[in-house]
Design a protein around this ligand. Structure first.
Ligand code: ADP
Ligand code: MG
Length: 212
């Protein structure tokens, strides 16, 4: 099992994430229909397909390069609210890994904390507002604890994946306060927020890439 994520691991992570979101696309759109307007899966899948094409021809020799590609592609080719937010999220991972030969757990923790801060600044979402932040915040806290405890890469990523999934599940009980979900009120209750579910997939596929 890897103790750092090489550029090949990061590429596997990004491809695994693209595949997982594409596979979940209809389900994510359905979740967005319950809590917003139903364009989330389509927005994501369009940008992810484009990312896959760009990745195939890109120089991915540093650990941050696949994320830089994702960030730029999402910022240029995605719609909705989530597209640009995911673009900025990937860009923060790309920045931390720029010029790096591998990503350590501490770097994943740093990128997560930076990404959280960026999204909070751009979208003003706080924990409990029923957004992707509700999966990012617990993942970030789990990663910080794992780094402080000296956990291994896989152990730390696993704790982040579990925390993100619990956070995403918990959005089922939250009323939306940001974006379109704030207009649908109680009818969203019982279904999780699609952005938060997507963040849970992001960390699940990190574990899969590190253990493959
Ligand atoms: P739209 O609301 O424009 O249809 P999308 O369907 O593309 O946007 O994306 C909805 C997702 O975006 C939500 O599931 C939520 O996680 C995320 N989101 C919406 N607004 C915010 C915000 N202000 N901050 C963080 N995430 C947000
Ligand atoms: Mg939507």
């Amino acid at each position: 099992m890897a103790d750092q994520l090489s550029p090949a691991h990061v590429e596997r992570w990004v491809h695994g994430f693209v595949d997982a979101v594409e596979e979940a696309g209809d389900h994510l759109t359905d979740l967005d229909r319950r809590s917003g307007d139903g364009d989330f899966g389509t927005n994501m899948v369009t940008a992810l397909r484009r990312s896959r094409e760009v990745l195939a021809g890109a120089d991915t020799s540093t650990a941050g390069a696949p994320f830089q590609v994702m960030g730029e592609t999402f910022l240029a080719h995605s719609g909705g609210t989530s597209g640009p937010l995911f673009g900025m999220w990937f860009r923060d991972f790309g920045k931390v890994g720029a010029d790096a030969g591998a990503l350590t757990l501490a770097m994943v923790a740093e990128a997560t904390a930076n990404g959280w801060a960026t999204l909070a600044r751009l979208g003003s979402a706080k924990v409990g507002d029923r957004t992707m932040v509700d999966a990012i915040a617990p993942a970030s806290e789990a990663l910080a604890t794992a780094v402080d405890d000296g956990s291994g890469l896989v152990e730390g990523l696993r704790s982040a994946a579990e925390a993100a999934r619990r956070g995403a599940d918990g959005t089922s009980d939250l009323l939306g306060r940001r974006g379109r979900t704030s207009y649908v009120g109680e009818s969203a209750l019982g279904s999780p927020d699609p952005g938060a579910v997507t963040i849970a997939l992001f960390y699940r596929t990190a574990v899969e890439a590190a253990t493959a």
